[in-house]
Design a protein around this ligand. Structure first.
Ligand code: K7E
Ligand code: CUA
Ligand code: CA
Length: 624
């Protein structure tokens, strides 16, 4: 017996040596004996239409695109247009386990999708600073926040009184985010209240909502207040900057208050409105406790009771977008059904407000500014203008949905200088830094809603097309394009060095109280039918690797990946239990389930982490 044990321990020792050697060899194979050659950023200024980012070279920009119905954000390298990452925000993701762990499940609040349209990045002094990315969910009235150190979603904020949260904009100091409802609803329309008003009471009982979200220095979102607005449909909001700092502009297309045959009935008026709100004054009011009421726990402002907070400016028929130029002076609105963009001068808006130069009153007696007094230019840009972006050289770019083109025009002279066709039916366009005070210019991505004869046929469901256009020279050049099987509505593009991504979570500094810092801290704690497992994952094993529980036990596993080497992610899946998570180096994740199925269930690593990745497994045995 003794002899056998000795032989066995010898075998174990030999296996261990072999494994260690293998680990070394694998390490060399994967990571190279020395540091891999540091890739160099491509030099985009020398790009021509034939240039690409060569293998081994890094892109010079990041593009963060909203994933539309996929409820995610996805990340391209620009100019290669290579997909680098998909970040789940409103939708569960089996690859990472987002929405599978109890904390992320709670964050998703029972929803399994979102419809995200407008990503915005945090700014410092009007410049993108790469800390956080925010994106709206039009379907379920939420704002999600991604931490750009880890590229993980860190918070989802619900907007209780808002329906169809479509617009999202951030102030140049990142103190506030504003969202606006695309649809209107009766108050107390939250899921819990179920308050109801018939659609024929639309004009009196339904309201649009403008929400102000405060942003802490740690990036935590807090709902400050919400303002009632006319029951129009609000498509986009833009925070003022520089001279217009302190104001927010919101375009609306349904001043007709149509509730049926909207396609026809919301296009009857020759003009709709841009709502102009003084959010600094609104905030002061709330800080002084002078909000009007509380609805679903939110401080509500009724601007009809507080002159000076909100104004209406007539704009082109059925606008789709309002944008503010980098210097804050020009407020640009395009009417989808007018071939023009209208440029307002904020200085004139301010003067008109001060002089009380109004052409009349609108919803709730809000003053309506005189169109001709605040308008500076009407530019014939082409058919179906939607969104406008700005570059670093004093040009603006407007997408033309109907015409399938992008128009370039000049600020100040208001002259159209060039047009480039796109393929096709472009929605948003995004210029690098194009909605900040300091655009980088250089690249523009046209987010085309469709594609025609550009990609191999994949059945009746076509991909959309994203086209990269070089705007650094005197004429625009189409560089390349990429298909997507989701609908990107908008994108944020920043130079690569703005993003300071971490590549490991420092072990012991994750802030997770249930993290362990060494393998020998792994343990199983039983308390009645509660089984708590502190589990370690490190190449190429789980500790413990045998878990025996009784049927009906509630199992919580705090799984820490003890690796500190970049790129070594371990996965954890349990057969037949619908469980998978990925745990990045140094990270701790929670897996929770009731062991309701008796039997033997292997658990295994789902991320190919080493040559012995397949061997990284264990058994969950559930005793009947
Ligand atoms: Cu698609 Cu900004 Cu939601 Cu326009 S929106 S395209
Ligand atoms: Cu760990 Cu595969
Ligand atoms: Ca209209």
């Amino acid at each position: 017996m003794d002899g056998l044990r000795k032989t066995m321990s010898k075998v174990t020792a030999i296996v261990a040596v072999i494994a260690a050697l293998l680990g070394l060899v694998v390490g060399k194979f994967l990571w190279g004996a020395s540091n891999p050659a540091t890739p160099t950023a491509a030099q985009p200024t020398t790009l021509s239409s034939t240039d690409a980012v060569a293998p081994g070279q890094l892109d010079s920009y990041y593009a963060f695109l909203s994933g539309g119905q996929s409820g995610d954000v996805y990340v391209y390298g620009v100019p290669s247009m290579r997909l680098i990452k998909t970040i789940p925000v409103f939708t569960p993701d089996p690859r990472s386990g987002y929405g599978f762990t109890p904390d992320t499940k709670a964050m998703l609040g029972g929803y399994t999708w979102g419809d995200d349209h407008h990503p915005v990045m945090s700014q410092t002094n009007g410049t993108y600073d790469g800390r956080w990315l925010f994106v709206n969910d039009k379907a379920n009235n939420r704002v999600g926040e991604v931490d750009l150190k880890t590229f993980e979603t860190k918070q989802i904020l619900n907007l209780p009184n808002e329906i169809g949260t479509h617009s999202l904009t951030i102030t140049p100091d990142s103190k506030y985010l504003f969202t606006a409802s695309e649809y209107s609803a009766p108050l107390n329309n939250g899921p819990a209240q179920g308050n109801y008003a018939p659609l024929n009471a639309y004009s009196e009982k339904y309201f649009g909502i403008l929400s102000s979200i405060g942003l802490g220095s740690d990036g935590k979102m807090n709902l400050n207040w919400e303002m009632l607005t006319a029951p129009y449909d609000y498509d986009l909001a833009a925070a003022g900057k520089a001279v217009s700092d302190g104001w927010v502009f919101v375009s609306s297309y349904n001043s007709e208050e149509a509730t049926t045959d909207t396609e026809v009935n919301s296009t009857k008026n020759s003009r709709d409105y841009v709502l102009v709100v003084n959010y600094v004054e609104a905030q002061k009011l709330v800080d002084a406790g002078q909000y009007d009421f509380v609805n679903n726990g939110v401080k509500m402002i009724d601007p009809r009771k507080h002159p000076g907070l909100a104004y209406l400016i007539p704009c082109g028929k059925n606008p789709h977008g309002v944008d503010v130029s980098p210097n804050g002076q020009w407020v640009v609105a395009s009417g989808k059904l007018d071939p023009i963009v209208t440029v307002y001068d904020f200085n004139k808006i301010k003067a008109a407000i001060e002089k009380k130069d109004f052409q009349g009153t609108g919803w709730g007696n809000l003053p309506v500014l005189n169109y001709n007094d605040v308008m500076t230019a009407e530019i014939q840009v082409g058919l179906g203008p939607l969104h406008t972006q700005f570059d670093d050289k004093g040009y603006a770019y407007t997408s033309l949905f109907v015409e399938s083109a992008v128009t370039k025009w000049q600020l100040g002279t208001w002259k159209v200088v060039e047009k480039i066709p796109v393929n096709y039916n472009v929605g948003h366009i995004a210029v690098a830094g194009g909605d900040s005070e300091h655009p980088y210019g250089q690249f523009l991505i046209a987010l085309d809603k469709m594609s025609q004869n550009r990609f191999l046929p994949v059945g009746p469901g076509y991909p959309v097309n994203e086209q990269l256009i070089d705007i650094s020279g005197s004429s625009m050049k189409l560089l390349r394009e990429a298909p997507a099987n989701r609908e990107p509505h908008y994108a944020v593009i920043v130079p690569a060095n703005v993003i300071k991504a971490e590549n490991v979570y420092p072990v012991g500094k994750s802030g997770n109280p249930n993290a362990i810092t060494a393998e020998n801290q792994a343990k199983v704690v039983r308390n009645g039918n509660q089984v708590t497992v502190y589990m370690a994952a490190i190449r190429s094993h789980f500790t413990p690797d045998q878990l025996t529980v009784k049927q009906g036990d509630k199992v919580t596993i705090y799984l820490t990946n003890l690796e500190q080497q970049p790129n070594i992610t371990h996965g954890f899946a349990v057969s037949d239990y619908n469980i998978n998570v990925a745990v990045d180096p140094g990270q701790t994740k929670v897996v929770q389930f009731t062991a309701d199925k008796p039997g033997v269930f292997p658990f295994y690593c789902t991320d190919f982490c080493s040559a012995l990745h397949e061997e990284m497994m264990g058994y969950l045995t559930v005793q009947p």
